[in-house]
Design a protein around this ligand. Structure first.
Ligand SMILES: NC(=O)c1ccc[n+]([C@@H]2O[C@H](COP(=O)([O-])OP(=O)(O)OC[C@H]3O[C@@H](n4cnc5c(N)ncnc54)[C@H](O)[C@@H]3O)[C@@H](O)[C@H]2O)c1
Length: 430
């Protein structure tokens, strides 16, 4: 199966541009035909995210959910609706003994990922672990190394790596269309308490695990993880230092994780990736704004904007002139601020049409393909490791309230120094 066939197979029928921007998919290029083969998957923790992954995999002719494991009956019941023939376990170690499971999807709360993933590798099974992969950088590093030692496939839930909008955006950024990338502003705003309904009080921490430090690092591990991966993918560099601030400013309901965070990740040339999240105002939604000296790209929205816009049509130009003349004559304000306000610029769409999904369908299909071919796609594990490590490192800065340097001992061989590209271009590898 060649890469084009693979992409067709997982639903991307797109252009060579996409192929060039997805070097990790080259892993499948020289493999044998996999027609008729199925990845036999077990899922541990088929809760909300696990069921989304299952819904894609259950429709994929190359995957079969042969076993599920959960400690909460409603999750088991919901998962059985999707995969009625799956064997049911309540202890994940029993699922790992099941010979009919060759790969495991881990979609449990953050604090449980490490032990389950390490045991899964020890059982000789491939691992897909939801993000963030570990509860601290050391756990992430050990998980990554275990993958390297065992040679087993290792994916994480960083679906933007497979989202056609992001792939195309990165291709444009790396080809220099937007000039030098001088800053990346990422934000994720919501207005909600992030709570799930709890049927009885003793289940509060189990169900609302996201809100408690023993289980979660809050907005950093749940949201920042995705956007930091976009930042380093765009820059092809790792930040050297991080600082930030976190607080509980609105949802003072007994939770232990911040509802209001800002982090600044600084690359050694001074370029910064900012991450801001507030969950009591959703006006700006979520976005990664990648700022080049020639233009801006917003992959989530799927749009880009050049700094120099074509002249406005006559009527709009006339209105602008009238407004400016009006302000010129006003005594209380000069025109000096006017040119600094954002210019009307509708921008262009990255891809003709906004894709329906967010890349999760393609990510899960790629994992099934990797399991069948027993081949780890290039750079996937590294991208996933750094996304989690950077989120956890940012959380350390929030907790310690000081600027931190990324520890040398947790850098990977593949990216020992921030000056190395995060993703090599196809032609550079040849
Ligand atoms: N990639 C993404 O976009 C994305 C989106 C949402 C969640 N996630 C990640 O998915 C993971 C799960 O999040 P969620 O929202 O589905 O949580 P959830 O609480 O809905 O589901 C977790 C499930 O794990 C089960 N569980 C807990 N401990 C277990 C154990 N020891 N053995 C077996 N089952 C166990 C729970 O009973 C529950 O059914 C988290 O790591 C989260 O960050 C990723």
């Amino acid at each position: 199966m060649n890469r084009r066939d693979f992409l067709k197979n997982v639903g991307i029928t797109g252009s060579g541009v996409m192929l060039a921007a997805t070097p990790w998919l080259s892993a499948f290029s020289e493999k044998k035909q996999t027609v008729g083969e199925k990845a036999r998957l077990g899922i541990i923790g088929p809760g909300s995210r696990g069921q989304i992954l299952m819904s894609f995999l259950c429709q994929n002719p190359k995957a079969e959910i042969t076993a599920i494991c959960d400690i909460y009956q409603p999750s088991i019941d919901a998962a059985l609706q999707l995969a009625p023939k799956a064997k049911v376990y309540r202890d994940y170690r029993k699922l790992l003994e099941d010979k009919d499971v060759e790969a495991v999807i881990i979609a449990t709360p953050l604090d449980t990922h490490f032990q389950i993933a390490m045991d899964t590798f020890d059982a000789g099974k491939h691992v897909f672990c939801e993000k963030s992969i570990g509860y601290d950088i050391d756990q992430c590093f050990k998980m990554y190394n275990k993958h390297k030692e065992t040679g087993l496939v290792f994916f994480a839930g960083q679906q933007r790596l497979f989202d056609p909008r992001y792939i195309k955006a990165m291709e444009m950024i790396h080809s220099g269309v937007f000039g030098d990338i001088e800053g990346i502003r990422t934000f994720w705003f919501r207005n909600g308490d992030w709570r799930r309904p709890v049927p009885s009080p003793e289940l509060e921490r189990q169900i609302n695990w996201r809100l408690y430090r023993e289980h979660s690092k809050g907005l950093m591990t749940e949201l920042a993880c995705h956007q930091l991966q976009i930042g380093t993918w765009a820059l092809r560099r790792l930040p050297d230092t991080v600082m930030g601030h976190g607080a509980i400013t609105f949802w003072k309901d007994g939770r232990e994780v911040y509802d209001n965070v800002s982090c600044i990740y600084i690359v050694d040339n001074g370029v910064k990736i900012n991450f801001d999240s507030v969950i009591s105002n959703k006006f700006y939604g979520l976005e990664e704004q990648i700022l080049g000296h020639l233009g801006t790209i917003e992959p989530e929205k799927g749009k880009y904007y050049f700094e120099e816009v074509a002249p406005a049509p006559g009527i709009l130009q006339m209105v602008t002139e009238i407004e400016q003349n009006l302000f010129d004559t006003l005594p209380f304000a000069g025109t000096s601020w006017a040119p600094e306000t954002a210019q009307p610029n509708k921008g262009e769409y990255i891809t003709g049409k906004r894709p329906d999904g967010d890349g999760t369908d393609l990510l899960s299909a790629a994992f099934a393909e990797a399991v069948i071919t027993r081949k780890q796609p290039e750079n996937i594990a590294e991208e996933c490791y750094y996304a989690s490590a950077l989120a956890l490192w940012g959380d350390m800065a929030l907790q310690e309230g000081r600027m931190l340097t990324f520890p040398d001992e947790y850098k990977l061989d593949y990216l020992n120094h921030s000056r190395k590209p995060l993703i090599e271009k196809e032609e550079e590898k040849v």
